[in-house]
Design a protein around this ligand. Sequence first.
Ligand code: 5GP
Ligand code: ZN
Length: 119
Amino acid sequence: MTAAHAGDCLFCRIVRKEIAAKILFENERILAFEDIRPRAPVHVLVIPKDHVASLNEAPEGAEALLGEILLRARALAREKGVGESGYRIVLNTARDSGQEVFHIHFHILGGRRLLWPPG
Ligand code: 5GP
Ligand code: ZN
């Protein structure tokens, strides 16, 4: 991935434990933590540890990492008790999506009925 551990990136700072977060899962490649402003009873973020700004910047060769994040999100949804009731994985990308933090992150949202289509 590009520009590993960008110094001023919020989520890179969480990866480096410079900013506290409620961490749910961690391995060498990925980190999962509770969203600080949950939009649903379950709201978890899953990120690669290496900095990449958004899906648009994810390089060729990131297939395995992105797949690992997706399957980890599934496991976390199960652990949070919404595997059967249902959940949504959201990957906001660039301006019109409302992406605010430019370190790629998958949202896991669940624990309530989610509207479709999103606003
Ligand atoms: P985006 O809009 O970029 O897809 O989502 C960014 C998410 O990061 C938001 O849901 C927001 O609540 C969350 N967030 C922003 N700052 C922090 C923080 O310092 N800690 C945690 N845990 N989540 C954050
Ligand atoms: Zn970053």
